[in-house]
Design a protein around this ligand. Sequence first.
Ligand code: SAH
Length: 476
Amino acid sequence: MKMRKTKQEIIVPDVEVADAGAEGKAIVRIDGMVVFVPFVVPGDVIDLKIIKKKKNYAEGRALAIKRPSPLRVEARCPHFGVCGGCKWQTLDYAAQLRCKEQQVCDNLERLGHIDTSQMRPICGSDNIFYYRNKLEFTFSSKRWLNEGELRDENDPGAVGFHVPTVFDKVLPIENCVLQRDPSNQIRNALRDYALSHRLPFYDIRNHTGYLRNLVIRNTSTGQLMVIVIVAERNDELLNPMMEYLRVTFPEITSLLYIVNEKMNDSYTDLEVSTYSGQDFIVEQMPRYGGGNPLQFRINPKSFYQTNSEQAYKLYSFVAEFAQLKGTENVYDLYTGTGTIAQFLAGMCSHVTGVEYVEEAIVDARLNARLNGFDNCTFYAGDMAKVLTDDFVAANGRPDVVVTDPPRAGMHEKVVEQLLAIEAPRIVYVSCNPATQARDLQLLSAKYDIGRIQPVDMFPHTQHVENVVELILKEKN
Ligand code: SAH
């Protein structure tokens, strides 16, 4: 391989991008070394600059795209190339799906020693733009500068997204193609209002400024929640600003604010105040097999799957693999706000949901009541501590266990307990095929792997969900 080496930099001309890789970056292989390169797609021929060399891999940047890949498409978003959000946007969607399938296969085969020859094709998203029902924006007194740009002392900063790995600077977002209207209009209007009224954006290093964050959530039925997060209690600043939003966007059904006087941006432990409208929105989801839709009341801090249409498809695969006939006792582990539990409740005898966020369990109970289910029980607690022999004795041995753990997968103790419980059927939903593969391998001591169904919830990102059916092996 031809390499030009100057004092500080290594440049490799005319190399072909091999693969899509971790963190949404693509992979270039040079003399056996893997180089991660953002914003290029497999098949591109590029001039590569090596930026950072580590022991087992390197980080690089494309100086020029010499020959574009046949898989390359035009980026729809004006912020592509700087914003870290949708790194696969210039890769044709069909190719994105193939990469995600490959990611699931590679992980299950290499880490789980699982035969994936019968894996089903990935279920793609019908909408590949405007699919998110929630976005969180940050106000910062420090705008992210593009290469060569100098900081202007009078620059008020920006509202938008953090640039990856930079905690104090924000990329200004003018038009994000992930959430439907009026998401962009609300963010831009609030920004312009703040600028014209001299409301300073927050400085996360020095802890000065007023406006901190903006959260926008919408539902498929047109409900709209807007949460404005400010740094201090000051009704003279707050009220006219909230009134401006209320009057300008009458479609907002839930206009809320939070005063965050803490050092960090997380607001899960803070009080939410209502300026106007209700303090929740209600999402609807079709009922599996028909009937009136399920209703899910979503509070400002509640988790709800961010791609509502794909969530229905994901849950439908869960229902299919659960094979319920009406008499089963079901456990829904890592139930969140109890959405999978309620999706299945009409098709089985009883569902028990477990989740460690107490507020989510409060929502789960409320929603089950609203949906008319009296066969759901929800517990708040850490899975490794809750799922004990006593728990099983109290709630009955499950016929089907659905488990949907966070990215880290299941705690070893939880896997051990599942092996001890010996439910005839497990449906494992995962947002991380690597930890799923690890857990599946452990479960394969007693379970056969059945159907495998990857689902794409997040087009233009490397994220992939995977649903796996496990069937208890017959005892000899
Ligand atoms: N099944 C839900 C949520 C899945 S996300 C849905 O489809 O909406 C994973 C959930 O696991 C989150 O709600 C998270 O709060 C919860 N969780 C993470 N670690 C946990 C633990 N150790 N014990 C119990 N719940 C946990």
